[in-house]
Design a protein around this ligand. Sequence first.
Ligand SMILES: N[C@@H](CCC(=O)N[C@@H](CS)C(=O)NCC(=O)O)C(=O)O
Length: 239
Amino acid sequence: MIDLYTWPTPNGHKIHIMMEETGLAYKVIPIDIGAGDQFKPEFLKISPNNKMPAIVDPEGPGGKPIALFESGAILIYLADKSGKFLAKDPRARYTTLQWLMFQMGGVGPMFGQAHHFRRFAPDKIPYAIERYTKETRRLYGVMDARLKDREFLAGPYTIADIATFPWLRIYERGGLKLEDFPNLKRWYDAIDAFWRASILKEYFGKEFVDTYCTIKEVEADRFYAEPTARDFEWYLRTV
Ligand SMILES: N[C@@H](CCC(=O)N[C@@H](CS)C(=O)NCC(=O)O)C(=O)O
């Protein structure tokens, strides 16, 4: 049983999706980043960068425990462990890793800054808003062009899509419209439909899905800034 240290943020959701899609056994250990759990010495031993998500797998390589932080590294590890969503064939594998790194180095940090300066910064700084909104729009364009002639970022559905999707779920924070990027929207809708219908719906029940996944909820910033009672209900169900 893998211990998953997490909180309902886009980086956390990457691993929630991966765990559910692979069917690996896991236990959630909430790291309430609003309350400062990420700075507790016991968590820093696992994640010295004081960020969630992180995992501890008691059955790591060589049958020995392994602790990992950084969602990209965790996704690669879980893909190798489960044999899913990351091909063994070198060409396909590197293509997936390339788009995973594109998410880790581009989409995550840049969207994060755009969301921060647009929605959360106490002062509205036009230079910062413009800079990160522009970069977010550019990254949308890169993905839209990539998805023009393939279903998913690396071809088949892989950890690159799993890493990217949670950041697109909150696209309204970036001040952009998915409708302006038709290939990206088609990709988003396909994963959204699958993720909601096949996994969350069955696993958590309709009420949870409807409340948790709607843009309305995201707009209210409840699922990120102030996890709801339902978020905690989810943890209780998964622990
Ligand atoms: N590159 C890291 C980023 C993780 C990250 O930024 N986590 C945030 C929440 S989404 C966090 O734990 N923040 C707490 C803090 O910085 O104190 C990853 O992908 O795992």
